[in-house]
Design a protein around this ligand. Structure first.
Ligand code: CU
Length: 732
């Protein structure tokens, strides 16, 4: 939410007062000092959960200053004199890959329930209480599936922590591939060196530091990813928004549910949670079980391939991981708890020189056997807002969605990036809360899209403007800078204009966006490429005409079809204080009522080993909902009923499906290899949190699974289980 450029001083004051008033309510609400019921009684909130149209409070209240059609909420974030394109874009901070033996305590198949004294500042803790050191739900159902078959070979540890200086920044490349940044220098927690540092309560990140973290893995090398929650014990120590309990989702991991970051399997400050990522190809139990096809594999340490079982056409590449705390995902991700995850394979080696007939030789580098980052660049796009002190600001009472007014790349305000005259691969993540981005180069030059979401496309798509990236979508774009001369510049431009969080309002032409006249401050140039030199070694990378074809499902029967309608005006039929939430948004399943989220409700339970076809329907109202389905990559069969409506860039496997206004998407997925409870939700995380999310599960693969699964209820003293609050008719 933002004010127009020409807003009067009086209007700015009004907006700042409204922002401050809302921030007070948000704070009181997040601290538990007032309940939703209290707010309703005070006349500040409707029963549906929306803030009422009170002048001086609501972003939608009619203003005394009718100088704009754009809803206001906050004055523009102050820039403290900082100009765009004056700081280098930091490359991601690569997480160290350690021996599993370095983990203390050693990882266990079932949650480690060794007791520890609990900090009395935690909610519901009395002096003398103890609780388990690991927050994973205990027992066989939440044990690591196939742990003996896929023992971890690499350990990666990370914390969730308040902002602090980074003294161990590892960009994975030398300084000349990081725009001259001296990685040995302390890296401050700020969006720009000229802006104030973020406080430890305002910004929460992995390891508490910037830049955001990158995890590097490969097929055939299972990973144990240990998360330690070092957020404040006192729930009120949150800088006004954010929740100190965490569940880390690997988006879109093909792993057992115990590793998926289920929204109700959250853990508390002082606890750790072990996520086990076997990094297997889907179908490993039934396809290529002898691991004889070198296209199904991962890179070894000497340029060769380690074959693995599974379908090579299920190879994935660009993932991300982020908090998935029930009803607090938007706040926690916005606060900084998000990283990226590159998966290397025999096809996508991260070494452009290896010419073995399997490697696609995409832009990357040549120095290491795999995972070269010189020309393979992760970009995390996110719009942010900050208050008069420069501290992150979030408005949790805008249930349409939250928009920031300042563009960041890798959490740096409008940076520049130095490139050589050659091809680069950019793995672009839309990490916004509610904003869509349509990307172009300022001079209208072509880009080649090679991947959508976690997956390389069947064929690359050359374009001058991308589609609108939905929240959580990934677009891998190859840009060839050899067309530019040394010393020149070109900018990445956002063409999609928002007026509010409902979805894209308007797509501008490149010229109109570059002109900078949009009333949406996130439109226009936000990222500068500086072409600084010729490559020292000739560009050996390629973009083959065929990348990864889709798995052939023609012989797999469709066991079930289901329909999910995403809309507002949702009902809630349960009252569980932990699992059930109220909000305007919801999902209707198979013709039933549109329901608010309850992670204790089972909405669908596909049979293990089957294929289903799901149709996701937008209930209308001009909204766009980017729907994420956990666990299995899907293929889009049709948009609005026809395969002809599926654009080329959506013809690969996907995990986020934009519904588009009044649209529907028909997808097909297989449910195999792993079990447990997963989710389906809108990835406009404000919609997700309020409460457009449902639980589905694979629960019929025999012991330890039971049908339906018991719901975990996390407490600092340990996770208990209760029967589902609800099982929708036809779910099982
Ligand atoms: Cu939505």
């Amino acid at each position: 939410m933002y004010l127009p450029r020409n807003a009067s001083n009086a209007r700015l004051r009004e907006a700042e007062n409204a922002r401050a008033n809302r921030a007070q309510i948000v704070k009181a609400f997040s601290h538990g000092q007032v309940s939703r019921r209290d707010l309703i009684r005070m006349g500040l909130m409707s029963a549906a959960g929306t803030l009422v149209m009170t002048n001086g409070l609501s972003v939608f209240a009619p203003s005394a200053y009718a100088d704009s059609s754009i809803p206001t909420g906050a004055p523009r974030s102050p820039l403290f004199g900082v100009l765009p394109f004056t700081q280098p874009m930091p490359r991601f901070d690569v997480l160290p890959r350690n021996a599993v033996s370095t983990l203390n305590p050693a990882p266990t198949v079932q949650a480690n329930t060794t007791q520890q004294p609990l900090n009395a500042a935690l909610e519901g803790v009395r002096p003398g209480d103890t609780g388990p050191i690991e927050g994973r739900p205990p027992g066989p159902i939440w044990a690591h599936q196939q742990f003996a078959a896929f023992p971890p070979q690499v350990a990666i540890e990370v914390t969730q922590e308040g902002a602090k200086v980074n003294n161990v920044y590892n960009p994975g490349v030398t300084s000349n591939f990081n725009s001259g940044i001296n990685a040995a220098a302390p890296f401050r927690p700020t969006f720009h060196p000229g802006l104030p540092d973020q406080s430890a309560l305002a910004l929460w990140t992995h390891n508490g530091t910037l830049p955001p973290k990158l995890m590097i893995v490969r097929y055939g090398e299972p990973v144990l990813f240990r998360h330690r929650n070092k957020l404040p014990f006192d729930v009120t120590q949150n800088g006004g928004f954010g929740r100190h309990t965490i569940s880390t989702h690997e988006h879109n991991g093909h792993h057992g549910a115990e590793n998926d970051g289920f929204t109700g399997a959250f853990f508390f400050p002082g606890q750790f949670y072990d996520y086990h990522y076997p990094i297997v190809l889907a179908g490993y139990r039934t396809i290529n079980t002898g691991a004889t096809d070198p296209r199904a594999g991962g890179p070894n340490d000497s340029g060769g391939i380690v074959n693995v079982a599974g379908d090579w056409r299920e190879t994935m590449s660009t993932h991300w991981f982020h908090d998935h705390m029930f009803s607090f995902t938007a706040q926690n991700v916005y606060k900084g708890i998000a990283g990226m995850f590159n998966i290397y394979s025999s096809l996508d080696r991260g070494n452009e020189a290896i010419n073995d007939g399997v490697n696609l030789r995409l832009p990357s580098g040549t120095a290491k056997s795999f995972g070269n980052l010189e020309y393979d660049v992760n970009l995390m796009l996110a719009d942010k807002a900050w208050d008069n002190n420069g501290q992150l600001f979030f408005d949790i009472f805008n249930f349409d969605g939250f928009l920031g007014d300042q563009m960041t790349v890798n959490l740096a305000y409008k940076p520049f990036f130095e490139v050589e005259r050659r091809k680069y691969r950019f793995r672009i993540l839309n990490a916004a809360v509610s904003r869509f981005f349509k990307l172009a180069l300022s001079d209208g030059s072509p880009m080649i899209q090679i991947a959508n979401d976690g997956n390389l496309l069947p064929h690359p798509v050359t374009l001058t403007e991308t589609d609108e990236l939905g929240i959580a979508e990934r677009y891998d774009l190859v840009i060839d800078f050899s067309r530019y001369s040394v010393g020149s510049k070109v900018w990445m431009v956002n063409l999609t204009e928002h007026e509010d969080g409902t979805g894209p309002k308007n797509d501008l032409s490149i010229a109109a966006a570059v002109a900078g006249n949009s009333s949406d401050p996130a439109v226009g140039k936000f990222f500068e490429f500086r072409i600084v030199r010729n490559p020292a070694v000739a560009d050996q990378s390629q973009v083959p005409a065929t990348l990864i074809p889709n798995p052939d499902l023609s012989a797999v029967p469709v066991a079930r079809t289901r329909t999910f309608v995403f809309g507002d005006g949702a009902d809630q039929t349960t009252r569980d204080p932990v699992t059930s939430f109220r909000g305007p948004w919801g999902i209707g399943t198979n013709g039933g009522k549109v329901l608010d989220a309850d992670f204790g409700r089972v909405s669908a339970a596909p049979r293990f080993g089957t294929r289903e076809t799901w149709t996701l329907v937008n209930d209308g109202g001009g909204w766009d909902h980017p729907i994420h389905i956990h666990f299995e990559e899907g293929q889009i069969l049709a948009r609005n009923g026809s395969a002809n409506n599926v654009p080329a860039a959506e013809k690969g496997r996907k995990d986020v499906y934009r519904l588009r206004p009044d649209g529907s998407v028909t997808i097909t997925m297989q449910f195999r290899d792993w079990g447990g409870m997963f989710m389906e939700h809108c990835h406009n995380t404000v919609h997700e949190d309020n409460a457009m999310l449902l639980r589905w599960e694979i629960d019929d693969n025999g012991a330890p699974f039971v049908r339906p699964l018991p719901t975990p209820i996390p407490k600092p003293q340990g996770v208990t289980f209760q029967p589902p609050d609800d099982v929708l008719p036809g779910a099982l």
